[in-house]
Design a protein around this ligand. Structure first.
Ligand code: UDP
Length: 319
C-alpha cells in the first residue's frame, strides 16, 4: 500500500484523483485550503479510514510524520476568472512558494513528485498543435500571467530540484479538461454553457467564438496522470496530456444547445485579453511513452457532464 499526498485534493481534478487512488487501495492524504476546492467533492471517501483531509495552504511549509511515497502537486486556482480576480497574487505564490514547499517535502521523504503544469505555459501559441519542445508565447504582464508565468516557474523549480537535489520528478501539461466535480461557478466554458442552458439562460460566447480548444474528459486525464506518476524512473516529461480533438467555442455552444435546448440563445460578450486563439495538444509523447490515448470523445463526455450538472444546478450563480 502506498501513501500518496495530493495537494489541491478537493478541487475538480484533485478530488477525482483522490477517489480513484482510494478505490485502488492506497492511503491518501488530501491537502487543500478550499479556496476554490470543495469538501463536497470528496464526501464519498471522507469517512474512509485510508483517507485523511488536512486543511492547509501549501504556501506554508508542511510537515508530515508518516512516510510519503508519492506527491501529486495539483493545488492552484485554475479557472481564468479565479486566477485573474481576487486570487491573482495568491496564484503566483501557490505556484512558486507552494511548489518549493512541496519539492522540499518530496526531498525529505524521497518521494516521487508530479507537477500538474498546463497548456497555458504555451500562452498564445504560434506553433499548432503544440508539442512539448515549443517554448511558448506568453505575455508576462497580462492578466493571465500570474497563472502562465507561475506555472512556468513551477516547471523550472521542478527541473532545478531534479538536477540539484536529485528529486524524482514528473511533469505533465494539462490541456482543457471537463467532467463531474467541476464547480458550477468557476466560470469555465463548459461549466458555464451547461449551467446556463440547464437554467434557461442565454449562452455567453466571449469574442466571435472562432477560438478553439480541445477538451479532455476527466477520467481519461486521471488515467494518464497516474500512468505518468508510475512511469519508468528518470522519465521526467514534460508530457502534454489532453484530447487532441479541436472545436471552436461556437461549435461547443451549438452542441450544448442541441443537447439541452431549453430556449437558450447565444449572446456575444467581449473577449478577455490574452485569451488564446487556438489550442490543441500534440500527444505523440504520451501515446508512445505512456501507451495512452483518450477514449471518451466530447459528445459522450458532455452527456455525462450534463447529468452531473443536473445535480448541481441549484448551486449555479446567475450573474
Ligand atoms: N468562454 C466563453 N464563454 C464563457 C466562458 C469562456 O466563450 O462563458 C471562452 C473563453 O474566452 C475561452 C474559451 O471559452 O476562449 C475557454 O475558456 P475557459 O475559461 O474554459 O478555459 P481557458 O482555455 O481559456 O483557460
Amino acid at each position: 500500500m502506498k501513501t500518496i499526498l495530493v495537494t489541491g485534493g478537493t478541487g475538480f481534478l484533485g478530488s477525482n484523483l483522490c477517489i480513484r487512488l482510494i478505490n485502488e487501495g492506497n492511503k491518501v492524504i488530501c491537502i487543500d485550503n478550499n479556496y476554490t476546492g470543495r469538501l463536497d467533492n470528496v464526501k464519498s471517501i471522507i469517512d474512509n479510514p485510508n483517507f485523511t483531509f488536512i486543511k492547509h495552504d501549501i504556501c506554508e511549509p508542511l510537515e508530515i510524520d508518516e512516510h510519503i511515497n508519492q506527491i501529486y502537486n495539483m493545488a492552484c486556482p485554475a479557472s481564468p476568472p479565479a486566477y485573474q480576480g481576487k486570487y491573482s497574487i495568491k496564484t503566483t505564490k501557490t505556484c512558486v512558494l507552494g511548489t518549493i514547499n512541496m519539492l522540499e517535502l518530496a526531498k525529505k521523504h524521497n518521494a516521487t513528485i508530479l507537477q500538474t503544469s498546463t497548456s497555458e505555459i504555451y500562452g498564445e501559441p504560434i506553433v499548432h498543435p503544440q508539442t512539448e519542445n515549443y517554448r511558448g508565447n506568453v505575455n508576462p504582464i497580462g492578466i493571465r500571467a500570474c497563472y502562465d508565468e507561475g506555472k512556468r516557474c513551477a516547471e523550472s523549480l521542478f527541473f532545478d530540484y531534479h538536477r540539484q537535489e536529485e528529486v524524482d520528478i514528473k511533469v505533465v501539461r494539462i490541456f482543457n479538461t471537463y467532467g463531474p466535480k467541476m464547480n458550477p461557478n468557476d466560470g469555465r466554458v463548459i461549466s458555464n454553457f451547461i449551467c446556463q442552458a440547464l437554467s434557461g439562460q442565454n449562452i455567453t460566447i466571449y469574442g466571435d467564438g472562432h477560438q478553439t480548444r480541445s477538451f479532455c474528459y476527466v477520467d481519461d486525464l486521471i488515467e494518464v496522470i497516474i500512468r505518468m506518476m508510475n512511469s519508468e524512473k528518470g522519465f521526467t516529461g514534460p508530457v502534454n496530456i489532453g484530447n487532441p480533438n479541436e472545436f471552436t467555442i461556437k461549435e461547443l455552444a451549438e452542441m450544448v444547445i442541441n443537447k439541452i435546448g431549453n430556449n437558450s440563445k447565444v449572446i456575444y460578450k467581449d473577449l478577455p485579453s490574452d485569451d488564446p486563439t487556438q489550442r490543441k495538444p500534440d500527444i505523440t509523447l504520451a501515446q508512445t511513452k505512456l501507451n495512452w490515448t483518450p477514449k471518451i470523445q466530447l459528445n459522450e463526455g458532455l452527456d455525462k457532464t450534463i447529468q452531473y450538472f443536473k445535480t448541481q444546478i441549484n448551486l449555479f450563480r446567475k450573474d
